[in-house]
Write a protein that binds this ligand. Structure first.
Ligand SMILES: CC(=O)SCCNC(=O)CCNC(=O)[C@H](O)C(C)(C)COP(=O)(O)OP(=O)(O)OC[C@H]1O[C@@H](n2cnc3c(N)ncnc32)[C@H](O)[C@@H]1OP(=O)(O)O
Ligand SMILES: CC(C)C(=O)C(=O)O
Length: 558
């Protein structure tokens, strides 16, 4: 054997003239078929037991699946019993079709028909592998050999259906398993033969399922194969083209999407991509990809956390934190520029009243999948000023003025570096509280009164009060100005505090318990030329401003 990469045989592109799929767009949902209970289940360390399968089945029904592959009933007693319980326990709604998988082998097909007795709607899904490799190493036969297996299987299925006395509505699905590893003209050939044997018609079409059983090529090649197949199958009207992508190269969803462009009508896959090896096509991702393009996926993804809980419990599989749409971290931004843009996007949505979702870095509204905005922005030492401001506003109702963001962000970053980790919102608030709300009060107001008076047709604001300095005896304050801040500055001038220059202020209401209070953000220039912010909170807006000035001075003198 050759060493390293040289031992692999490169996948051969097929020759497809004038391919059309690159110009197409996905505009509607395909027919979905969940194979969680079969392909997903057969790949588990411990396959689901009866209770788990039944719960999972109901979950799929509730999401809106109308076709569900429930298992391989001829494979084992457990699989058979689960199939019987679904039917006899009346778990299957009338508008849902159960699908059962079987190899194209006589005894297994007969057992399968027994297993589905009494069901209202059934798809008998039979398969045999047709790929070049499997013909060579598994079946040790040629194309005629595998075609014979398929035709015999199809004929038996037709015969058993014709002989069936119940009122089950049977449909058929055939998979040339390992389709993508089969010469495409051979895949067309065997499917033409299967259709003839089944007697497929426009009124009673067969599902031709084209599995990318092992993903071995780029998604464009799978799309080419599907387009070729569709253009060459003899009786196109009498078949529904179905996809069954796997994810060996990590592009299962992409393969499915491009093959839909190539004309397929139906998609088989699993929730969160469970399945053999690296999994099957992830229906949640594919469906939500459509959703975010304004296409109704016709499946309910509105409570992904609940789906995740059921999925993890029944399969004992874990979801990766980066898994699209459901991973723990997918609605979280740590980096500053992302946080800033998300913050601005949210503000834009609020201010503009846009009808569309227009938030950078968030391709979907977390609320649409039952997730919350809360954990969107998380704060670590890589976070920028926008992120901390977002959490202060979103979680605690403090809309820090933009000019204050750099000052607060520095305090947050220092704390993250001290702790060597991210800060949860509560800790972020503690940074705010320690640095603004609980600072040492060198100057503390003990009494204050602010009132307006008119003199000679002009309005003046008076500030009168008492203050302690470093806890010593109270001093009296009195000042007049054109507003409360001006009056207060005039009152504290005599202590040399006019060395601080007033720069800006902003204010908003904040609810604390049942009270509504005003919070003021005051920016002063210190004698060293640097600016500093202070915060004042009071039920009186004027008092809040004065407290903000004093808070800034106290912070400057710490
Ligand atoms: C790609 C997929 O996921 S396909 C689905 C795969 N899922 C499963 O296999 C799970 C359930 N399967 C099983 O439990 C078992 O395989 C059973 C019960 C169905 C059959 O068991 P067994 O007959 O004991 O073994 P096995 O599946 O290995 O069959 C091997 C024989 O069947 C033949 N065979 C395999 N697949 C097929 C097929 N689709 N159609 C016809 N013959 C087939 C093989 O060539 C081999 O023949 P040989 O004995 O002459 O060499
Ligand atoms: C039986 C077929 C559809 C299959 O599971 C596969 O090819 O992956």
């Amino acid at each position: 054997m050759k060493p390293g990469f040289e031992k692999y045989i490169p996948f051969q592109q097929i020759k497809l003239e004038n391919r059309e799929w690159p110009n197409n767009v996905i505009t509607k949902a395909p027919i979905w078929c969940s194979v969680d209970l079969r392909d997903g289940n057969q790949a588990l360390v411990d396959p689901m037991n009866m209770e788990e399968k039944i719960e999972f089945f109901h979950t799929l029904v509730d999401m809106g699946f109308k076709e569900i592959e429930i298992g391989f009933p001829s494979a084992s007693e457990t699989e058979y019993e689960i199939c019987r319980e679904l039917i006899e326990g009346n778990h299957i709604p009338d508008d849902v079709t159960i699908q059962v998988l079987v190899q194209a082998r006589e005894h297994l097909i007969r057992k399968t028909f027994e297993a589905v007795k009494g069901a209202k709607n059934v798809i008998i899904h039979f398969y045999n592998s047709t790929s070049t490799l499997q013909r060579k190493v598994v079946f040790k036969t040629d194309m005629e050999g595998v075609t014979k297996i398929a035709i015999e299987g199809a004929k038996l299925i037709k015969q058993l259906t014709d002989e069936y006395t119940g009122d089950t509505n049977f449909r058929f699905e055939y998979s040339p398993e390992s389709f993508s590893g089969t010469e495409v003209e051979n895949a067309v050939y065997i499917c033409d033969k299967v259709m003839e044997a089944l007697g497929s018609t426009k009124e009673n079409p067969v599902i031709l399922n084209l599995p990318n059983t092992v993903e071995m090529c780029t998604p464009n090649t799978y799309a080419d194969q599907v387009e070729y197949f569709i253009k060459h199958i003899k009786n196109r009207e009498a078949c529904i083209i179905s996809l069954h992508p796997h994810n060996d190269r990590g592009t299962g969803v992409a393969s499915g999407e491009l093959a839909l462009l190539a004309g397929a009508e139906r998609v088989e896959g699993t929730l969160f991509g469970n399945g053999e090896r690296t999994g099957n096509l992830d229906i949640v991702t594919m469906g939500l990809n459509m959703f975010t393009q304004g296409v109704d996926p016709k499946l309910d993804f509105s409570n992904l956390p609940k789906l995740r809980e059921i999925y993890e419990r029944c399969t004992d599989m874990k979801i990766n934190p980066r898994q699209p749409y459901i991973g723990e971290l997918v609605f979280t931004a740590f980096s500053g520029s992302h946080q800033d843009a998300i913050n601005k996007g949210m503000q834009y949505m609020k201010d503009s009243g846009t009808e569309y979702w227009e938030i950078p870095y968030l391709p979907i509204d977390p609320a649409d999948v039952g997730r919350e905005y809360e954990p969107i922005i998380r704060i670590n030492s890589q976070s920028g000023k926008g992120g901390a401001a977002f959490v202060m506003s979103h979680n605690f109702g403090y809309d820090l003025p933009k000019k204050m963001h750099p000052e607060f962000s520095k305090l947050v970053q220092k704390k993250c570096e001290e702790l060597g980790r991210e800060l949860i919102p509560k800790e972020l608030f503690e940074v705010f509280s320690e640095n603004y709300l609980e600072v040492h009060q060198k100057y503390a107001l003990t009494k204050r009164k602010i009132y307006e008076e008119s003199e000679n047709g002009k309005d003046y604001v008076h500030f009168k009060g008492k203050m302690t300095i470093n806890g010593a005896d109270e001093v009296t304050l009195s000042g007049v100005g054109n507003g409360p801040i001006d009056a207060f500055f005039n009152a504290i001038k005599k202590f040399g505090l006019d060395k601080y220059e007033f720069i800006s202020y902003s204010q908003h209401a904040i609810s604390q318990g049942s009270d509504s209070k005003a919070v003021s953000y005051i920016e002063l220039k210190k004698p060293d030329g640097k600016n500093i912010f202070g915060i004042g909170i009071d039920s009186n807006v004027n008092v809040a401003s004065v407290l903000g000035v004093l808070n800034a001075i106290n912070r400057a003198e710490m």
